[in-house]
Design a protein around this ligand. Sequence first.
Ligand code: ADP
Length: 478
Amino acid sequence: MTQMIINGKQVDAVNKATLDVWSPTDGTVFTTIPRGQEADVDLAVTAARQALNGAWGKLTAMDRGRLLTRLSESILEHKEELAQLESKDTGKPLSTSRVDITVLARYFEFYGGAADKVHGETIPFQTDYAVQVIREPLGVTAHIIPWNYPAQMFGRSVAPALAMGNASVVKPAEDACLSIVRVAELALEVGFPPGALNVVTGLGEEAGASLSKHHDINFVTFTGSNEVGVLIQQAAALNAVKCVLELGGKSAHIVFNDANFKLAIPAIVKGIVHNTGQTCTAGSRLLVQEDIYSDFVSELALEFSKVRAGTPEMDLTCGPVVNKAQFDRVNRYIKKGLADGLKVVAEGSIADGVPKGGYFVKPTLFSSPNHDSDLLTQEIFGPVLVALPFKDEADAIRLSNATDYGLLGAVWTENGGRQQRVARGMKCGQVYINGFGAGGGVELPFGGVKKSGHGREKGFVALEEMSTTKTIVQYYGE
Ligand code: ADP
């Protein structure tokens, strides 16, 4: 039985309610979590406010940075324990979880180092005036986290908020929250004052909705589905607080006829099957120039058919998808692809011996004659890639932009001018040239355009998003 972290203590829900947690690997219940609701959210927000007015708010930027750095070190010391929890909760292959925990530690390392390097400015103004622009925390920040990369998303969202001196309340996903609760416990162990970091577990429509509309939060950040993102933005609007949204994508690879196949093929396969396709930045559309289409797709099919799904301990390329709803959704899209006349050109396999009740889906590579199918515009969130041919540069850019989303893109060509033209023509927040980074490193600004959301995370820009400026105007004449 897991507990929440509120005001520096491990607690149950006020009304003692709990939720079952299901294993994606075998479909059984393996633990319970508190079903936090409005009263629990209220306690957490109050604790965060008190922390801002108390010990946490009084720390220097240097000391905050040191705490974040210590937490990063503690995460690495507990790497195996956290990776096991993450795999149990999400079904990820163990080596994927180990990488995710390393990235989580890296977030706290990066933002720990950055905490005391955010400077203000002075502005020349009228005679005998001094003007300073200083950066201040926003206050209580609310973080609603998805289940696909619980540990990484927690680090991405919370580390810059804490570095800037905010106090945070986190609502992890009901499907996968165990690693996040454990990291909040580690934060207390390394010396974070009570209330600086609170975690309320529970359902989205209960704890999540209560948090996003709480009258005493100053900021809300959300990563997840488009439908819920719109609800979060509505709640933020009614509360007059700022929100940052990251709402998924339908990212395209564009492969020109001069592309380096050896570089492109493994990256394209990994870009869709990593994390069993449950990645906002998955490269889920493949646009290939028509004169190499059949050669390229045939070579890709060979690589794609090597993909295998298994349990975390088997440690293959993919795990199961996270839950029954996701399992049904991916299979529904595969059926829809067949009904739309798309051709299956390769399939991965599910390893022998996986438990019967597990949510394993067959990785599938489709070829499509045109851009008409829903599989080319809607986010599937599973290991399903659709390839289609294009004629020329203009056609490629047009097709890549033919979705409501705009998160990532990739262009594969040796032609330097074309690399720049296409990268600038793609309507999205990050573009890779001859590579694919699924959101990239901790240092790189990240976020979407169009229906993929707004606001930026990662890198130094996150420190700006999670703080505000104050302009101090001083007359010093006599
Ligand atoms: P998915 O549909 O992929 O499960 P969601 O967007 O529903 O993703 O979930 C992402 C996060 O948003 C989770 O932490 C979930 O609990 C939370 N959530 C879901 N519904 C709401 C809501 N109405 N208000 C606030 N948070 C929500």
